[in-house]
Design a protein around this ligand. Structure first.
Ligand code: UT7
Length: 315
């Protein structure tokens, strides 16, 4: 499996740390030093995550020089979106005028890797040759804007890739260990048979626990895919990590004993966009001409579940 096109889209509104201090007991110094974030993009009244998903998908198709009708499958990954049903992937399919099966997945922040695994499976089973995988996230509607320990972290955005089966084998490692350290309940309505109306909770996070899991799981998953591919860290051109906290990226860099340039980041401008963060960053790298044919790239992502995963691919 190989990536032959990338695309991304972010909301127009940029929210700086300074702007958050207008309604939150926080400051730029705390947010910058603890997370690396300086600003994030946030969806406001006149935009929605569906538009971002469609724009990122169209860009990726253009970059791959493909028509939407060339697609054999669309996977849209998201934690939440504008619809309960149909899947956002179906809405994207209609908008871009594709004619293939389309489905949503939810693997939280590690979702890009879980979706890559499913795409790889579809290709290996001979079910699809060209797949659009788009991760589109509206995290700022799930966050509790009174909880300063979590709301400062998140941003919105979408990142898309076009995958083809005409490529070398990739290596994937996944894990899930249930934990309540990061969750967000869904709402339920009263029915004639159930009188338990539940308003949906906003995101709740035990930051330190998640941080520890993130560093341990990412280090483990990366080692696993390198072992599977029989390569060492020195052979890898880039480690593209989930943009959750710059201190997590730094911890992995130190653990791997590799140089700064191998760990690209955009968290300072994008915040944590959940599953969209890796494909968003990848699209920036692609547009900046950082990727050359044959480069070994490792993606690693982690989050609620706890779920985590890494994927080693050749560009
Ligand atoms: O994508 C999903 C994965 N999510 C993550 O990977 C998040 C992982 N966790 C983290 O990134 C970090 O744990 C945080 C950035 C969330 C928090 O950093 P921390 O170094 O673990 O800080 P802390 O929770 O221990 O808080 C330290 C202090 C506390 O004050 P006291 O108790 O020491 O007086 C907090 O109340 O910082 C305070 N604090 C803040 N101060 C100013 C917490 N949030 C803020 C804030 N502004 N926004």
């Amino acid at each position: 499996m190989k990536i032959i096109g990338t695309g991304s889209a972010v909301p127009r509104r940029k929210v700086t740390n300074e702007m958050l201090t207008e309604f939150l007991d926080t400051n730029d110094e705390w947010i910058s030093t603890r997370t690396g974030i300086k600003s994030r993009r946030v969806l406001s009244t006149d935009e929605d995550v569906t538009q971002l998903a469609i724009k990122a998908s169209e860009e990726a198709l253009k970059d791959a020089h493909l028509d939407a009708t060339d697609l054999d499958y669309i996977i849209c990954h998201n934690v939440d979106n504008d619809y309960k049903t149909p899947a956002l992937a179906c809405v994207i399919q209609g908008a871009i005028k594709a004619k293939c099966p389309s489905v949503d997945m939810n693997g939280a922040c590690a979702g890009f890797i879980f979706s890559l695994d499913c795409a790889n499976g579809l290709m290996k089973a001979g079910r699809a040759k060209k797949i659009l995988l788009v991760c589109a996230e509206h995290m700022t509607k799930l966050t509790d804007w009174t909880r300063r320990e979590s709301c400062v972290l998140f941003g919105d955005g979408a990142g898309a890739v076009i995958l083809t089966d005409e490529g070398p084998d990739c290596e994937i490692s996944l894990s899930t260990v249930y934990s309540d350290a990061l969750y967000c309940n869904a709402s339920t309505k009263e029915t004639p048979f159930s009188h338990q109306e539940k308003k949906y909770d906003k995101l709740s996070m035990k930051g330190k626990e998640v941080f520890k899991f993130a560093v341990q799981s990412s280090a483990h998953d990366i080692q696993q895919v390198m072992d599977q591919a029989k390569v060492t860290a020195d052979d890898v051109k880039y480690f593209v990590l989930h943009q959750a906290n710059l201190r997590i990226v730094d911890a992995i860099k130190t653990h791997m004993n590799q140089t700064e340039e191998k760990f690209p980041h955009n968290i300072e401008r994008r915040g944590n966009t959940s599953s969209a963060s890796v494909p968003l960053l990848l699209d920036e790298m692609n547009k900046n001409g950082m990727l050359k044919e044959g480069d070994i790239v490792i993606f690693s992502a982690f989050g609620a579940g706890f779920s985590s995963g890494a994927c080693l691919m050749r560009w």
